[in-house]
Design a protein around this ligand. Structure first.
Ligand SMILES: [Zn+2]
Length: 343
């Protein structure tokens, strides 16, 4: 497919990815695991949940929604289950809780075919928005959170996963997606590996002709900073609310778009629009408004749904305060960009 021109309001609002599963969906999943529902009914429930999530995003006023990752129990497990060569030890799978089953790589990994393309196509079909964001777990995080029982090194494993993720991103591009976010929460957790870890991310996005963002959270961004230019992504979606908007100095020298985290997903206190606006004013000292997206710190899945939605509302209302100010400077709309630098 081809890149297409999309106009957005300045400071586009988006989410990182996950959203709380509706209570009825969690109950349905438990029933499915007990054999009370057929696979087709489970799929229908997931579809309905995606529609409910999109409705929350629409009511909150989010410009670029996701499907809330309704179908995914966990960000590594979901992909490991869909790539040949992974194995899960331990008891039979239990849905609907936060237990993490660490996957093991037991043979050569192979791409079995699209993993999240159907998710994307369904979301695109039912969304209210011009575009949606598709999230995909990055190669380093998948490698780091798995047991490696096959490849000679973790580095070789990460690059193999990267080639598989690359196929998936290209399949998404082929299906019409124009905005993909690679999630790499583990990227800076072993500083001695970051040199090759960023190259694994680059391998995953090689030859991709759509917008690619990179999400890294709860990290020491000073470890990431030397690699801003090296990483072939157009945007970094980073978490700042949880650290009280300290550390903004790590943005000095960033010449890419920033997805700015303005609400704390680890706190149930709902931020006020004024707090969000104040944070955006502060970050504009480092990043020009035409290079800024506004998002929560991270996925919202662990919050109660009501609070998640209120946080999105506050995020959008706070952003609108700044948009009013920018309008006076003649800045109202921007174009979605896939450029590796901004401005
Ligand atoms: Zn995160």
């Amino acid at each position: 497919m081809v890149w297409r021109k999309v106009e957005l309001p300045v400071l586009p609002t988006t989410v990182i990815g996950s959203y709380p599963r509706p209570k009825w969906l969690r109950e349905f999943i438990a029933g499915y695991r007990e054999g009370r529902y057929k696979e087709e009914q489970m799929r229908e429930a997931f579809d309905d949940a995606v529609i409910a999530v999109l409705n929350d995003h629409r009511e909150a006023g989010v410009d670029i929604p996701t499907d809330g990752e309704m179908r995914r129990d966990e960000m590594v497990e979901y992909f490991a289950e869909r790539i040949e060569g992974f194995k899960f030890y331990g008891p039979v799978r239990v849905w609907g809780n936060n237990y993490f089953r660490k996957p093991a790589v037991v043979s050569r990994l192979r791409y079995r075919g699209p993993m999240v393309v159907d998710e994307y196509l369904f979301t695109k079909k039912v969304t209210y928005s011009d575009i949606v964001k598709v999230t995909i777990t990055g190669p380093y995080t998948i490698a780091d959170w798995s047991f490696n029982e096959y490849y000679p090194s973790k580095e070789e494993l990460a690059f193999e996963i990267a080639r598989i993720i690359n196929k998936e991103i290209k399949a998404l591009e082929e299906a019409g997606a124009i905005y993909v976010q690679v999630d790499e929460p583990a990227l800076t957790t072993h500083p001695e590996e970051i040199g090759w870890a960023v190259e694994a991310v680059n391998e995953a996005v090689k030859g991709v002709n759509i917008k690619v963002g990179l999400h890294v959270c709860y990290s020491d961004y000073n470890i990431l900073k030397p690699y801003y230019d090296r990483l072939n992504v157009s945007q970094f979606a980073l978490e700042f609310a949880n650290r009280g908007f300290r550390d903004l100095d790590v943005l000095k020298g960033l010449n890419k778009e920033l997805g700015f985290g303005v609400v704390d997903v680890h706190s149930r206190r709902v931020e006020t629009p004024e707090e969000v606006a104040a944070a955006i004013r502060k970050v504009m000292e480092y990043v020009p408004p035409e290079c800024l997206f506004i998002n929560p710190d991270c996925g919202l899945k662990l919050l109660p749904r009501k609070i998640a939605k209120q946080k999105l509302k506050a995020m959008v209302e706070g952003t609108r305060i700044i948009r009013q100010e920018l309008r006076k400077r003649g800045l109202e709309r921007i174009e979605l960009r896939k450029d590796l630098t901004c401005p």
